[in-house]
Ligand binder design. Structure first.
Ligand code: NAD
Length: 531
């Protein structure tokens, strides 16, 4: 089966959907990879490097018209769709909401089109999440752009000629891009403060050494699946007042606030820009969706009231080599789910593939309903920069008090009934053992079910320790005679050993997510600051 990679034609786009490294992996899946000549030039990948990796170089007509599967970065233009092989599959960013005619054009050519931006943000799909990969790069690059336009040091300086305080950076929106910006600005030595409507981001911001700002209005922006919801006018007014006050203090503002499917909220009004010191910088990462800064000109860098406002929309593309590498890796992971023995297999029941599938078998597919919205949590109070962050205590909250009370009552009654029955009919030995057994079941059940999912890894260490005790107990019961105690003891030791081995395997898998990958320099968890 033939996979084609065209050169991106969008003005200024440097990225490419496959790198020589990813070509090797695609070839390993049994695909014949055909790359348009010069496709990797913007990212520094030569045609020779692709050929050495096993790809064939071809012209644009051949790449589009003779491939069973086409992968690319930007949504295809209408002339590009006209070139695609009928019945082929297309994997790309599609953004049909920006080009409403696109799905019908793709369906007319019977293309199965997968929109990479619609891959749901579930744990299984993290490795395919191009939005997170690109947002991470954009957040990092935003700080470099700010440093480039800012006429001072980011970090504090102590020199013979005098001392300089660190630059003060405000990051609005602490999603993937915002957190990357916080980390980059902190790494350069700046004093950073950040704001987000989602309460969950507070801990993430503080763990990067930045201060988390709050407003007095009580409202949490969690809209489900890690995404934000649109905030009430009262909340937006409160945040704008906060940013207006902050503008007078800070040297750099990086804005990243977005609500999926909506125009970016205006959060930095002209009066806030006027309040900034001359020479300050605003980098608006939301420029492509209209911008968070009222004076932002999408795609351009302008100076207003002595402040440089950077509204460029190609921040990830400016890091072409790294961006292409991460993008290509994400695509390889996605294709691993679709390519089955050099054949394409689209599973319409798959909860990662189906939401991303925009057209299939000549039809424009309806978008599946979004996941249930998480219940809102309470937000915090009063505009302020809190004191330096401190280590947070481990999360204690477990289940609702009503469920807990029910669990306790039912469990308690069970114990009493069991003891009563055992006490009447069974020998005293059995009564004693049954008491211990029933209490152990009850305590174990409470421990496992009451612990929040986030704490299951540390819980596994505890259960492993308990399993160790069970193994010793089981071994003590095993004797040379084949009686019930021996068999039960052996079974207990066996199940406890399985539990321990499984615990180690799962823990190892979790730890791997946080380990730095030599190839990317980032841990899986870092890539998207996942939940
Ligand atoms: P995004 O680019 O859509 O939004 C950026 C940020 O802007 C969000 O944090 C949002 O809360 C914030 N925002 C929206 N309106 C705002 C306002 N009025 N004022 C201030 N901030 C506002 O989101 P994103 O960065 O792509 O992702 C958001 C979150 O999704 C991540 O932080 C992460 O928790 C989650 N996520 C999960 C996975 C996963 O696989 N589970 C993958 C990626 C991201």
């Amino acid at each position: 089966m033939r996979l084609g990679v065209p050169k991106e034609i969008y003005a200024g786009e440097r990225r490419v959907a496959a790198t020589p490294e990813s070509v090797k992996k695609l070839r390993g899946m049994g695909l014949d990879v055909v790359i348009e000549r010069g496709a990797g030039t913007g990212s520094g990948y030569t045609d020779e490097a692709y050929e050495a990796a096993g790809a064939t170089m071809a012209d644009v007509q051949s790449v589009w018209g003779e491939s069973d599967l086409v992968i690319k970065v930007r949504p295809p233009s209408h002339p590009e769709v006209a070139k695609i092989n009928t019945g082929a599959m297309l994997v790309s960013l599609l953004q049909p909401e920006r080009d409403e005619a696109l799905p019908a054009l793709l369906a007319a050519r019977k293309v199965s089109a997968i929109a990479l931006e619609r891959i749901p943000r579930v744990t299984r799909a993290q490795k395919m999440d191009v939005l997170s990969s690109m947002a991470n790069l954009a957040g990092y690059r935003a700080v470099l752009e700010a440093a480039h336009h800012y006429q001072g040091f980011f970090g504090p300086q102590v020199t013979a000629a005098g001392t300089m305080p660190p630059a003060r950076v405000l990051v609005i929106g602490a999603g993937v891009a915002g957190l990357a910006a916080v980390a980059a600005a902190r790494a350069l030595g700046a004093e950073v403060r950040a704001f987000d409507t989602r309460k969950a981001t507070k801990e993430q911001v503080e763990s990067l050494g930045a201060a988390f700002l709050t407003v007095e209005v009580e409202e949490d922006g969690e809209g489900g699946g890690g995404y934000a919801k649109e905030m009430s006018p009262a909340f937006i007014a409160a945040e704008m007042a906060l940013f207006r006050a902050q503008a007078a203090e800070v040297d750099v503002i990086v804005t990243t606030a977005l609500v999926p499917g909506k125009k970016a909220p205006i959060l930095v009004k002209e009066e806030a820009v006027v309040a900034m010191k001359r020479g300050s910088v605003v980098v608006d990462l939301a420029a492509e969706q209209g911008g968070n800064c009222e004076l932002c000109v999408p795609g351009d860098i302008v100076e207003r009231h002595g402040v440089t406002i950077v509204g460029v929309t190609d921040l990830a593309s400016r890091m072409g080599a790294s961006a292409s590498r991460l993008f290509a890796n994400n695509v390889v992971h996605l294709l691993a789910e679709i390519v089955d023995g050099a054949k394409l297999h689209v599973d319409l029941e798959d909860d990662v593939i189906r939401p991303a599938l925009v057209t299939h078998a000549g039809e424009v597919l309806p978008r599946p309903p979004p996941k249930a919205v998480a219940p809102p949590a309470r937000a915090s109070t009063r505009p302020r920069v809190p004191p330096a962050p401190e280590a947070k205590p481990a999360q204690k909250d477990i289940r609702s008090p009503t469920r807990r009370a029910w669990g306790t009552t039912v469990g308690g009654m069970g114990v009493i009934v069991a003891l009563f029955v055992a006490g009447r009919f069974a020998p005293s030995d059995l009564l004693q053992h049954s008491t211990v057994f029933i209490l152990a079941c009850f305590v174990g059940w409470q421990v496992i079910w009451s612990v929040t999912a986030a704490l299951h890894t540390p819980l596994m260490s505890v259960t492993n320790a308990i399993s160790g005790i069970i193994i010793i107990g089981g071994m003590l019961q095993v004797s040379s005679t084949l009686d019930a105690a021996s068999v039960l003891g052996a079974l207990a030791a066996l199940f406890a050993a399985i539990n321990i081995a499984g615990g180690f395997l799962v823990t190892e898998r979790m730890l791997r997510m946080f380990r730095r990958e030599p190839s990317t320099g980032a841990s899986t968890a870092e890539k998207g600051h996942r939940r």
